[in-house]
Design a protein around this ligand. Sequence first.
Ligand SMILES: [Zn+2]
Length: 123
Amino acid sequence: MRVDEMKQREKRCCCKHCGGSLEIKVIIFNKYGGSGAELYCSKCEKIEFGTEPEIYQAAKTFVDELGFNYFMDLEDNERTYKLNIAKVCEILSWGYQHWGLLDENGLNNLLTEPNKRLQEVKM
Ligand SMILES: [Zn+2]
């Protein structure tokens, strides 16, 4: 990922597991000096590409209201709950990208600013 793209995602996106904010962190991968800047969730303590906050909220509502469980083999606990939200984030993100509503700059502003659309229609 390019540095400017990473900075944009740090500003705009949230963790798809917990909804927390992301930070850019230099991660040391091994003792031979492999390292690099990565987006990181300090709450989950993991490297995290993140998702759009609107997608996280929709995914959380989906899991809460429908009791969605992709991970039937796992114990029903907080970790599995977060994994399910992350899974739904991936599915929703795929859909948004598929229909051209999400790209590297985030959600199409017609989705995030519905009033803007009304103004455009009125003009
Ligand atoms: Zn997190």
